[in-house]
Design a protein around this ligand. Sequence first.
Ligand code: NAG
Ligand code: NAG
Ligand code: NAG
Ligand code: NAG
Ligand code: NAG
Length: 474
Amino acid sequence: MVEKMSLLLFSFLLLSTGNGVYSFGEKKLLSLNTFHRKQQNGVPSCFPGKSRRGNGATILEMRHRDYCSGPITDWNERLQERLISDEIRVCSLQSQFKNMVSGQIQDLSHTQIPLTSGIRLQTLNYIVTVELGGQNMTVIVDTGSDLTWVQCQPCKLCYNQPEPLFNPLISPSYQSVQCNSSVCHSLLFATGNLGICGTNPPTCNYFVSYGDGSYTRGDLGSANLSLGTTTVTNFVLGCGRDNKGLFGGASGLMGLGMSSDLSLVSQTSEIFGGVFSYCLPSTEDEAPGSLILGGDSSVYKNSTPISYTRMVPNPQLSTFYFLNLTGTTIGGVNLQNPSFGKAEIIIDSGTVITRLPPSIYKAVKSEFLKQLSGYPTAPSFSILDTCFNLSRYEEVEIPTITMHFEGDAELNVDVQGIFYSAKADASQVCLALASLSYEDEIGIIGNYQQRNTRVIYDTKGSKLGFAKETCNFM
Ligand SMILES: *[C@@H]1O[C@H](CO)[C@@H](O)[C@H](O)[C@H]1NC(C)=O
Ligand SMILES: *[C@@H]1O[C@H](CO)[C@@H](O)[C@H](O)[C@H]1NC(C)=O
Ligand SMILES: *[C@@H]1O[C@H](CO)[C@@H](O)[C@H](O)[C@H]1NC(C)=O
Ligand SMILES: *[C@@H]1O[C@H](CO)[C@@H](O)[C@H](O)[C@H]1NC(C)=O
Ligand SMILES: *[C@@H]1O[C@H](CO)[C@@H](O)[C@H](O)[C@H]1NC(C)=O
């Protein structure tokens, strides 16, 4: 009966289609087939990622690491692991926020979370390929840190990676950064740790801790970095000689944080104007997404106009992109909550599930349950506590979720970003949002809710934009 009604509605009010998903205003039709896991044959060729130039921008192919890691044998386990890692990332971010706000130097022995070394970086899922000193390097994209680094020869402790280690000695443009230079001094701001002078040669040694036991340690250098066909001369990066963590086979990390002189965004600001954007594909999609450097909007494939919101400055946590969440609409119903417009919230490429202040989450959950009251519920799954057993449906009408930001900007969550299915048979399908533990913790807009959206970071204009886009590299 439910299905028949949906189909009837759909034939009158169809607005857009794509991947078996139909939307009509305040409800979206979700085909539960999308949760049937496709089995990949062999490891797809993800290394190296492609790149191309389009008008005034450089476009890098962006892949989800799970897609590149080959066939996943146990989906249920993988789905659970992903949420556990995500929770650890969020805990380590929250402790980093607290330390930075209180001005404490991180005491590593206490911020380490045992047994799960490096897991925060395991959730950093999206990778792109750049060329450094003539060598291809596939790196993780992180909007939550500033310093870019790669594993470097000779290496004291390097984790396994499929690509050869970067060898500065055979890179014609590589130069060591001097310890008495201003670049070396900017490390404190970029990483929270002072640059330390090496002896003989007087290198500028850095240390970045990601708060969960994973770290990179090495010395700063500069080299020509090619992003697609664009070359950045003397790009400053970390040459990591001692790296620990589950970096998942990537050769290093690209720091797209907002603040310091060392972030890729600032180092390329003369070329790209301080603007980058991405479209994150879902894990299972064969179509890749893209990371676009530069603000030429003619290269975007957005299907709705871009709506912009102000980036809220936060001097103590200047690496992170803070926004002002002013409201949330569930299936057309506008939620009322005193925390809207007040709660601190960041947008992050590395956190999976969006974390909302408890009072806002409660309001979302209760409205969502109300609108889906016709469907049987299912037990909680890890951090997700609003679950349904939809195994006997082929498709369901689900409420749309729209997040509103200062300046009338809207993030319309893609239908693929509303539910997280714990089981391939749809017997445990959960609302893909979670609550923070405390009202005063910092909220996070996670990457699951940013899927199939063009997210534009304009650091010079201090604004962030959203537009609907079906991710594709070409
Ligand atoms: C880097 O990858 C590109 C393909 O994207 C390939 O054409 C090129 O030869 C590679 N460069 C090196 C040095 O391996
Ligand atoms: C680095 O890039 C600059 C500018 O493109 C170029 O002039 C220089 O020759 C390059 N250095 C090397 C060693 O390739
Ligand atoms: C840094 O030290 C080197 C010698 O070790 C010296 O030649 C150079 O002028 C110094 N640079 C600065 C900025 O002080
Ligand atoms: C967020 O936006 C609302 C509506 O424009 C405004 O009233 C409020 O002061 C803003 N909050 C912050 C922290 O800027
Ligand atoms: C889900 O519902 C179906 C019937 O619609 C039932 O057979 C199945 O046992 C339920 N599964 C769980 C895990 O509750």
